[in-house]
Design a protein around this ligand. Sequence first.
Ligand SMILES: [Mg+2]
Length: 344
Amino acid sequence: VRKPNMELPAGWGELGLLRQLRERAGKAGRGELRLGIGDDCALIRLRAHEELAVTTDLSIAGRHFRLDWHPPEAIGYRALARGLSDLAAMGARPVAAFLSLGLPRELTQARSRAITTSWMSLFLDGLLRLAREHHTPLAGGDLAESPLALADIVLIGAVGKNRALLRSGAAPGDVLYVTGALGGAAAGLELLEKLAAKRGFRPEKLRAARIAAGMAAHLEPQPRIAQGLWLARRGAATAAIDLSDGLSTDLNHICEESGVGAEIEEALLPIHAGASLKQALNGGEDYELLFAARPTARIPREIEGVAVTRIGRVVKRRKSEPAAVMLSERGAEPLEARGWEHFS
Ligand SMILES: [Mg+2]
């Protein structure tokens, strides 16, 4: 008996849900998939001279999102954005996404006679919108009833053999750059938290205008796929990482993996409008790229329409000193990993 590779547990009895998922995934396009949802496995045909890049990200209610704060579309969008950003950091091209959802039953059902769209349907709206933007077909998944809402995303990407951007290639003398602006996601979350504290707040009532004014960086971050591909294609970066935990934490990851130190200059940091220095350093979830390049590499001020800013340099690691320091008018201060710990 053929079982589709996106299945519902027996007895949950909502074949409509499965059909909905399958139909909507199909509409997002097949891309490089040879076979999508409907068989035991998806089939992906690789191009010659490419390696697979695979990443997985778990989003859990209360930890990575809050059902009482975040619009369902944004939760779906962000779940996929996290994975796409990891592919961007490797310089990989997205090929397929796999989604496993665990949801309380009421989130899969119409909320009332008047509101026939389910939470899950809106979640898929957000996820599939970003999937379409990045030509990433939803190629399979699983669905189960769960006391806690959670979404696990697996992303498959492809990158030219030995072209992937690693965390481990930075060398003393390299220059450090970031794409876009920093701290916007944390500032947006702060704004959302304030709104959510008001009486009568309902996440699904958040208007697009409101989101655009200050919360877009948090609710709809832009994975830097095109910029990662640009860097990998040209072999322009010696090391790269996406800023998921915050500059302070992610820069320390590069230092650790490359066995180097780093100096950043406070005055050079591209701080997002409305964000503080602290949010730019430790905020997390900006999903910009941090990368190192040889001083002789020609890095433009803009890659595929996104600003690129030099923020510091890679130095020799000295055992007795902190790996990363920040230089400012106050002198040199250690830049300890203080990345955002989600809702802990
Ligand atoms: Mg990452």
